[in-house]
Design a protein around this ligand. Structure first.
Ligand SMILES: *Cc1c(COP(=O)(O)O)cnc(C)c1O
Length: 378
């Protein structure tokens, strides 16, 4: 099957760009702060094992995933170093966290108490999550008695303490004030623990936009996802400092069929596109099951074929889509099409904006049918 990899649609991963972006992020770091590389959701669609392998080669020793299974997959593929599970793991599965030497997030006081009742082989390695205002997971920063009980829980081997900022990518004054309050709240809980002679372990608060837009700590880690992949959430996202980022991923497919249609003919399901004149159109071997949301239909999404940009027309199908190539000479079956690339017209944030979402969602939902291929050209 090896020779079929580029038969239909695939993802190219530029590992030189990953290295470049890591070096850019490092310019933001102070003192001994390290990068914890966030490779959840298959490394935002890039392929977690291949990304983590390259990161290990670059000297990264700390990783974060969302789920137990994501952590186990890394271990089964010989990824070493610390692997923090950022999300919830069912108490009955915590034995696997120990077996695979992962680190679990303690989501709140009740979860920690539940762990105390389990008969685990040894105290579970964990980082405690503090809720500083996002109100998703974490024990509240000012529930001092509950925090104290968590750190005194003998079933836990607490190696770190962290929180998460929820509006660090906003330029609204209200959000900026809120973010500073979150930073203060985190520091308040840490000071409290230290006043009780408790060691909170490694500290971390900022993800990509917290690192780019806020001076805090410095703490032991910054948790970096999106910036490492070389894209912004949106083209217009708030950034106080600019990095020279290079998009790591491109998505490619093929032209499968070229045809002429006459003025008035319609294209695709539900006949949503009607030819305003005689046209040349082409079918492509990629669709919404590969991650190009059906809601991108009719949104002037562009693709690049033989050096120029062409509009997607009609409804995007599960496995195919159709483009207007009337002004493209010499297009033929087998030509390679770029759907996500480094160019502004087809960059991840540009396409995400057309779909009414962010690069995070677009990338993390790229389908499992797409093979991930390593390229190293600059
Ligand atoms: C996903 C996630 C990150 C990474 O966020 P980026 O904005 O991609 O850097 C960091 N921390 C937590 C808790 C996350 O869920």
């Amino acid at each position: 099957m090896e020779n079929l990899i580029k038969d239909r649609a695939w993802i190219e991963i530029n590992l030189s760009n990953l290295e470049h972006n890591i070096n850019e992020v490092k310019k933001l770091l102070k003192g001994s702060t390290k990068i914890m590389a966030v490779v959840k959701a298959n490394a935002y669609g890039h392929g977690s094992v291949l990304i983590a392998n390259k990161l290990m080669e670059l000297g990264i020793t700390d990783f974060a995933v969302a789920t137990l299974e994501e952590g186990v997959e890394l271990r089964k593929n010989n990824i070493s170093g610390n692997i923090l599970i950022l999300g919830y793991t069912s108490p009955e599965d915590l034995k696997y966290v120990i077996e695979y030497d992962l680190i679990q997030t303690i989501v709140d006081f009740d979860y920690a108490e539940k762990i105390k009742t389990l008969d685990l082989a040894k105290p579970i390695k964990c980082h405690v999550k503090i809720n500083t205002g996002m109100n998703r997971i974490g024990e509240r920063f000012d529930h001092f008695d509950k925090l104290l009980a968590i750190y005194q829980n003998p079933a836990l081997n607490i190696l770190g303490t962290f929180s998460h900022l929820c509006a660090a990518d906003s330029k609204e004054e209200d959000d900026i004030q809120f973010t500073y309050a979150q930073i203060n709240n985190f520091n308040t809980s840490i000071s409290y623990l230290k006043s009780k002679e408790i060691n909170p372990g490694k500290l971390h608060l900022q993800a990509s936009y917290g690192t780019l837009n806020y001076e805090a700590g410095p703490y032991d880690y910054v948790r970096i996802g999106i910036l490492m992949y070389g894209v912004h959430s949106l083209n217009s996202v708030y950034r106080k400092r600019n990095l020279d980022l290079k998009q790591v991923l491109s998505v490619k497919a093929k032209v499968t069929s070229v045809r002429k249609i006459s003025e008035g003919e319609t294209v695709g399901y539900s006949r949503t596109f009607k030819a305003p004149s005689n046209m040349v159109i082409a079918a492509l071997s990629i669709g919404y099951a590969d991650g190009f949301f059906r809601s991108l239909s009719g949104k002037d999404m562009l693709v690049k074929i033989n050096g120029s940009y062409h509009k997607v027309i009609g409804r995007i199908c599960m496995d195919q889509m159709i483009v207007d190539v009337s002004n493209l000479e010499n297009i033929k079956e087998g030509d390679i099409v770029t759907l996500i690339g480094k160019e502004a017209e087809i960059s991840a944030p540009t396409i995400a904006e057309k779909a009414g979402t962010t690069s995070y969602e677009l990338l993390s939902r790229l389908g499992s049918r797409l093979k991930r291929i390593i390229v190293n050209d600059k």
